[in-house]
Design a protein around this ligand. Sequence first.
Ligand code: NAI
Length: 339
Amino acid sequence: MKIAVFSSQPYDCRFLDEAQLRFAASRDIELVYHTESLSLQSVPLAQDCSGVCVFVNDVLDRAVLEALARLGVKAVLMRCTGFNNLDIAAAARLALFVARVPAYSPEAVAEHTLALLLTLNRHTHRAYARVREGNFALDGLLGSTLHGKTVGLIGTGKIGLATARIFRGFGCQVLGYDPFVSPAFAAYGTLVALPQLLRQSDIVSLHCPLLDSTRHMIDAAALAQMKPGAMLVNTSRGALIDTRAVIAALKSHQLGALAIDVYEQESELFFHDRSSDIIEDDVFQRLITFPNVLVTGHQGFFTTEAMREIAETVFENLACFLDGSACACLVPGTEAVLH
Ligand code: NAI
């Protein structure tokens, strides 16, 4: 079986090749790597392939899925947890096997959330640059003590829970909001309604999926409800935040600081070296001019352990597809399809 791997970077090749040796050496599988992301234009790269392997910013809308199905593609192997880029109804109608990686080291993303927060709060990124230039002045590096602060986690699933555990270790009071109660969360924090979480939290961190109901959940109204000067962290999906409203809240000082690993229009930017390009996204460019904004390019998942788990799960899912055995990682809404 031939599989076109889209949006592949050298590290994807390394971990997928290693996993193939460990998990599928005896099977006749050929991975064909493409740096291009999947879109209607790049679908022809999947010619002669019965599967595609994709990542967060690959397009899996109706038109792309139909074009893939016409080429004979039967399996879509996602290398990510979120599936907001997938048209579930179209995938089900086309009887495609679509599997994801529901859990891989949630701690990796939780730890990156803390890395962003600690950097932004204690200005270690600025201190690093200053010290290298022989500037040891502290002015501008004032932070606040996390111990005793209230942290509000929106989404208390696997990553929210791992984040709650770490914040408890820092001596923070943890609040959580989730429409689906997670009993495990009670050990680390208190579930409250969203308005209460926004009102009471010194730090708000997003850990819920991007759905129609959560798109722009942090809009002007939500930002106005937050504690003046609170910090906002988003390591989940960019479109959970209305970026223009966030910029307005930063300018008015209502929002004290912002750390993001994801950005609504990230597919144009992230995972590529754009350092010699003119970046046309003025909203993004404005965002990174703020001294109290920290942006990383969707690297929350990027640890050796997580990359290994992702690659292994891709091959486990592929084995289910090839053997016709039950797959626990099918994207919800596509399971009804008999493969
Ligand atoms: P999960 O499915 O274990 O947890 C998500 C939680 O959000 C669930 O408990 C769900 O009930 C809750 N939720 C659903 N609608 C909500 C709403 N309206 N308000 C508040 N909570 C709501 O997923 P997991 O593994 O914790 O991942 C969370 C998100 O993190 C993923 O959807 C993905 O977008 C993002 N992610 C980001 C990565 C990165 O590299 N930055 C890597 C992996 C995931």
